[in-house]
Design a protein around this ligand. Structure first.
Ligand SMILES: [Zn+2]
Length: 175
């Protein structure tokens, strides 16, 4: 099937979360079903802007603000579902490619700015469970991304301290 992986992502059997979980998490099955793995293998058509031994970057099929804005995805070749499953080496390779593509995007499009974002898990809006980083060129007042839907809370340092400590003590587990 050549065509829109965005459409594919939207038409997977998503009505049942258990079906989707089985589809994407069954050992040895999820990689074949992963549309980004199929992009990497060339089984699904994409417009590539960069590739190296570890990562690729493609034009996202959904282009908000097109043609003033340009939307690119950068991802590891290897199937890794969410960012915290990346090894340090994979993370370094991915971020190096993000920076490299961002520089090229600035040279090519000379945007006023570039937004870089990355989503993990359905609740965060991740539609394809294969780690990917979004780059989107920005213009002043383009209204393309709204991080805060309303005025954010501003808790005190005292309120935030226990949460920060909870995270801090677990950083030592990282490898
Ligand atoms: Zn994949």
């Amino acid at each position: 099937m050549v065509g829109s992986w965005a459409d594919t992502a939207g038409t997977l059997p998503l009505s049942s979360s258990s079906v989707r979980t089985a589809l994407w998490h069954a050992p040895g099955m999820h990689v074949e079903e992963c549309v980004f793995c199929r992009v990497v293998s060339g089984d699904v058509r994409s417009e590539q802007v960069y590739q190296d031994g570890h990562t690729i970057a493609i034009m996202d099929l959904r282009q908000p603000g097109w043609p003033q804005a340009v939307h690119i995805l950068v991802m590891p070749r290897e199937h890794v579902e969410v960012i915290d499953e990346l090894t340090h080496e994979q993370a370094t390779q991915l971020m190096t490619s993000v920076v490299r593509v961002s520089r090229a995007l600035r040279r090519a499009c000379q945007p006023k700015g570039v937004s870089v974002w990355q989503s993990n898990g359905e609740a965060a809006g991740q539609e394809v469970l294969h780690v990917h980083v979004h780059l989107l060129t920005r213009g002043s007042g383009d209204g393309l991304m709204r991080i805060y839907p309303s005025a954010p809370d501003t808790p005190s340092f005292e309120d935030m301290a226990p949460v920060a400590e909870s995270v801090r003590v677990r950083i030592g587990d990282d490898r």
